[in-house]
Design a binder for this molecule. Structure first.
Ligand code: PMP
Ligand code: GLN
Length: 371
């Protein structure tokens, strides 16, 4: 057994999926849609699959040309700089592989990587597998009602930076809290990145899912940050197609070339037809951007209602949810119904997923009977 596999053998999702299969509970845990992607990307996928031999064979290793072009075109407008489709974009097997390539390409043994707690679980084992060291800094609640009330202290963050700090990982909108970082908060992180010459790995898979006017801001769009940020995205979350496993990393070509080295020597390339469909999806969204027909407007509008439904369901049984400003998840303090030993800061909270209609309805039923 290689040392890099030690201590990373347990996986939350592997375990949960098995438990869910064995006991068939109402699964408010794992977050993925229980509905189909929008018709236009389904049609694009079907068309791609029936579109002749090239759609069934390898395409360009670092991303199918139509997809890297449409990602570059779409995100140039948002980041506010000219993104080069061939240099600055890497298509990956979901956001997971984009993160994996970033850590493997940029973090050396002994390097430190700052992770903001609470965090999506994979950052920790991925840092460990590089031989680097994860250093944690918590978001702290100044009050409970909204994820916006959970804040990162500049002093506390600065106190964690050492000569070995290579990068900081941020996740906005955040999984599990749903915090959407405000420009001032991102600027504080950016100032420290620039001052201490740190890279920023920004996981933005829930970028289109914001509520109540919260605005997603890309840290890569702040002055001096494009050249040190790797922005990670996912078609799984963008088009509600988690099973397609199309993701991407976007950043300056001189950084991206190292992620490409990892990619070409691990998976080499991703499914062609799925990339073609995602490219078509982005082309459509580029044209409809900001209009009510855009899926990037329709999806959050739909989830906004589900968020409300879960919140009132939890409140109905005496739990106090932290209202998320973004994402698929809501956390609630369960101390009033269960009394766990609070060994860690976040142990009294549990996370509920509100994207799946079938589980929301079933959970509502159970909780109503129980209360
Ligand atoms: N980052 C976050 C915050 C996630 O919640 C997830 C899982 N949905 C991923 C990355 C991985 O995304 P993908 O399914 O595209 O690999
Ligand atoms: N991102 C999803 C979640 O946080 C699922 C991740 C997974 O299934 N590996 O629930």
């Amino acid at each position: 057994q290689a040392r890099r596999t030690a201590g990373v053998d347990k996986n939350l999702w592997v375990e949960f999926t098995q438990l869910a299969a064995d006991y068939k509970p109402v699964n408010l845990g794992q977050g993925f849609p229980d509905f189909s992607p929008p018709q236009f990307v389904q049609d694009a996928f079907c068309k791609a699959v029936c579109g002749g031999p090239s759609m069934h064979q390898y395409t360009r290793a670092f991303g199918h040309p139509p997809l890297v072009k449409s990602l570059a075109k779409f995100f140039s407008r948002i980041v506010g700089c000219e993104i080069d489709p061939l240099e600055d974009v890497l298509v990956t097997v979901g956001a997971y592989q984009a993160l994996f390539c970033a850590f493997q390409a940029l973090v050396d043994e002994g390097d430190e990587v700052i992770i903001i707690e609470p965090f999506f679980d994979c950052y920790q084992p991925m840092v460990k597998m590089t031989g680097g060291k994860a250093v944690y800094v918590p978001l702290r609640p100044v009050s409970i009602p909204s994820s916006g009330d959970w804040v990162l202290s500049a002093e506390e963050l600065a106190s964690k930076i050492t000569a070995r700090t290579k990068a900081i990982v941020i996740n906005t909108p955040n999984n599990p809290i749903g915090k959407v970082y405000k420009t001032e908060e991102l600027q504080m992180i950016a100032d420290l990145c620039i001052k201490h010459n740190m890279l920023c790995i920004s996981d933005e898979v829930y970028e289109w899912l914001t509520y109540d006017g919260a605005k997603h801001v890309k840290i890569a769009s702040l002055p001096g940050m494009w050249e040190r940020t790797i922005t990670v995205g996912s078609a799984g979350k963008t088009f509600s197609a988690t099973g397609w496993k199309v993701g991407w990393a976007i950043g300056s070509g001189n950084i991206m070339k190292h992620l490409k080295t990892i990619h070409q020597n691990t998976v080499y390339h991703c499914a062609t037809a799925a990339q073609e469909a995602v490219a078509q999806g982005f082309e459509r969204e580029y044209e409809l951007f900001g209009t009510p027909e855009s899926y990037f407007q329709q999806l959050p509008a739909m989830l906004h209602l589900k968020r409300k439904k879960l919140a009132s369901c939890l409140e109905g049984v005496g739990l106090q949810p932290v209202m998320p400003e973004g994402g698929y998840f809501m956390i609630a303090d369960i101390s009033s119904v269960s009394n766990p030993e609070h060994s860690k800061e976040f142990d009294k909270y549990i996370r509920f997923c509100f994207v799946k209609d079938s589980t929301l309805d079933a959970a509502e039923d159970i909780l109503r009977k129980w209360s």
